[in-house]
Design a protein around this ligand. Structure first.
Ligand code: O2Y
Ligand code: MN
Length: 602
């Protein structure tokens, strides 16, 4: 039975597609089956109409370039809305629109929007094909570029229809390029009806509705209602020389090296260790019957930032994108290889991301700072053998991390789950010029979910506390900061592959070992707890990296209190009590060897 025959048996799906088609008036409808032949056909069609350009097929087989509209190069948070009846359910951290206003203001933008275009029906599955935790989405789009990207980023086509069967339980995503005008660009989420409307953008998170829209914003509300967590987290497995793998989930705001950590390759000095990539961006975490938290990566590919990616910073990402990859807004060399800043000296004859000859004297980058690669996860040399495991992996540690030049130590461990929720809620990062144009502005980003939580942030933090209370064996929670600087603004920690040394301490602590001192903000490694052999980091530098400045932290607690109050009256009082406890400890000036974490000796 082919895709179309199956679809007509699903009445809910067929009638929704009919309704949209009547309104958007496409020239034709194409039901995607996800096959290789279909992919080849769509690529040929896009090469013919200029949506894609072929890259050098000798050096980059199966790779293509897409240039998005110059005004459409990133997620647009100010045009992203959560549409709930009651504004308080959306909360103070999201833009709100009532469903009635969305219908009046946004729905008409789909009227006739697909005239002369093809309407693609893209069925997709979030999560491994045989996982009971996977969920089905259907994206209707008038962009063939979206369809081929969805084939990389999700399990797309027949597999999703088979999973759906006759059920009406799927997330409806409606996407149209519209006229690509920022004035008529909206990304609306309807958590109650599990719908997404996106119009006016063909780029990334605005258009690939599986990613931030479904797997985070809609899924976070499903997770709240069903007792699990949908998080902006990588998942990795850290294997020790004895062959034991410990799984870790980690949340970092954008531009903090999340993909690099997910794909870390241990340096030679750490031979015998291995990091396995389960996911680089999103984790769905469920309490298991064994009282542990289990994670799946709902995605099937990487939509990574190209600039800065190279064989030193992330060799596994480079290996992942050598074939079958779609590049968006990168530059191109004379011999049609993709190029971006971070790949060394700019070669002569570059074409920039807009398609113009690159003029290096102007000082502008050749690739857009948010240029991307879309690559299949299975092409990553370090992809975990558990990537497709229907049960996912058991999580022993959760890491939060941000970019902070001072104050926040290299690593510390929360006292317990509730304190860990505060550590996540306190997450903050200083902006980089590449990401925002402004350097060093502190942004608070609880759990790195600020742009992605689909409901009231106070309710969300409450939900985190609730999930922890139900776990017999909750993961230990940590905070890391790879970006602390010294007096000359130099980075104190080498980062990248050397971060494995910090992961090793985290793994030890999660197993009830590892040496630590108890400080007012949490457990910090003792001076000798992190293996620095073979590293050019002086003992005094380690001291600085692990130093807790009581005065600075007291000010930080006041700042965080002020910020938490902005999250509104649904903020759990327990978190404010946690902040006060830290301040009391800072005033009391405690710093002693950590006696125990849930009965373990340090
Ligand atoms: O700018 C976009 O559309 C993409 S944003 C993005 C993409 C992949 C993974 N993470 C992010 C992010 O902003 O966190
Ligand atoms: Mn992300």
């Amino acid at each position: 039975m082919n895709a179309a025959e199956k679809i007509t048996r699903n009445r809910a799906l067929a009638s929704w597609v009919e309704e949209v088609a009547r309104y958007a008036k496409p020239e034709r409808i194409h039901w995607c089956d996800g096959s290789e032949a279909e992919n080849e056909h769509l690529i040929e069609q896009m090469l013919a109409d200029g949506t894609l350009e072929e890259l050098n097929q000798k050096t980059h087989p199966g790779c293509y370039l897409h240039r998005s509209h110059p005004s459409d190069v990133a997620r647009t948070e100010h045009l992203t809305f959560i549409c709930t009846e009651n504004q308080a359910d959306t909360g103070p951290t999201n833009n709100w629109m009532s469903p009635a206003d969305a219908r009046a203001k946004v729905w008409p933008l789909f009227d006739g929007a697909m005239k002369g275009r093809t309407l693609y029906v893209v069925p997709y599955l979030m999560g491994p094909a045989s996982s009971p935790f996977s969920k089905v989405g259907i994206e209707i789009t008038d962009s063939a570029y979206v369809a081929v990207n969805m084939r990389i980023m999700t399990r797309m086509g027949q597999v999703a229809l088979e999973r759906l069967g006759d059920s009406a339980d799927f997330v409806k995503g409606l996407h149209s390029l519209g006229d690509l005008s920022p004035e008529r660009r909206f990304i609306c989420h309807f958590p109650q009806s599990k719908e997404i409307w996106s119009v006016g953008s063909g780029y990334g998170g605005n258009a690939l509705l599986s990613k931030k829209c479904f797997a985070l914003r809609i899924a976070s509300t499903q997770a709240r209602d069903e007792g699990w967590l949908a998080e902006h987290m990588l998942i990795l497995g850290c294997e020790d020389p004895q062959g034991k793998t410990t799984y870790i989930a980690a949340a970092f705001p954008s531009a903090c090296g999340k993909t690099n950590l997910a794909m870390l390759i241990p340096p030679l000095s750490q031979a015998g260790y291995k990091v396995w990539t389960v996911g680089d961006d999103i984790a769905w975490l469920r309490p298991g019957p064994d009282g542990r938290l289990w994670a799946i990566n709902p995605e099937n590919g990487f939509f990574g930032v190209a600039p800065g990616t190279n064989n030193e910073t992330n060799p596994n990402a480079m290996a992942s994108i050598g074939k079958n990859t779609i590049f968006t807004n990168v530059a191109v060399t004379k011999d049609r290889q993709p190029w971006w800043e971070g790949l060394g000296q700019a070669p002569e004859g570059l074409t920039d991301w807009r398609g113009n000859p690159h003029d290096a004297s102007k000082g502008e980058p050749a690739a857009h700072p948010n240029s991307r690669f879309t690559a299949p996860a299975t092409q990553c040399p370090g992809i975990s053998p558990k990537f497709d495991d229907p049960q996912g992996v058991p999580i022993s540690a959760i890491i939060f991390g941000g970019r902070r030049a001072s104050l926040v130590p290299l690593v510390y461990q929360a006292f317990d789950w509730a304190h860990g929720v505060l550590v996540g809620a306190m997450l903050s990062s200083e902006t980089t010029a590449a990401a925002t144009g402004k350097t060093g502005v502190l942004r608070r980003d609880p759990m790195a979910m600020l742009p992605f939580c689909g409901y009231n942030a106070g309710d969300y933090l409450n939900h985190w506390l609730r999930v922890g209370k139900g776990l017999k064996h909750p993961p230990a929670i940590f905070n890391v900061n790879w970006f602390r600087r010294g007096p000359a603004r130099e980075f104190l920690w080498p980062g990248y592959g050397e971060n494995l040394r910090v992961l090793r301490w985290i793994v030890e602590r999660a197993a009830g070992a590892g040496k630590a001192v108890e400080t007012p903000i949490g457990y910090v490694p003792t001076a000798d707890a992190i293996d620095t052999r073979g590293l050019d980091v002086a003992a005094t530098t380690m001291q600085e990296l692990l130093h807790i400045d009581a005065e600075g932290w007291t000010a930080e607690t006041r700042d965080i209190e002020e910020y938490l109050h902005k999250l509104g009256e649904r903020l759990p009082a327990e978190l404010l009590q946690q902040v006060q406890r830290i301040r009391q400890r800072l005033l009391a000036g405690s710093a002693r060897p950590a006696a125990s974490v849930a009965g373990r000796t340090a």
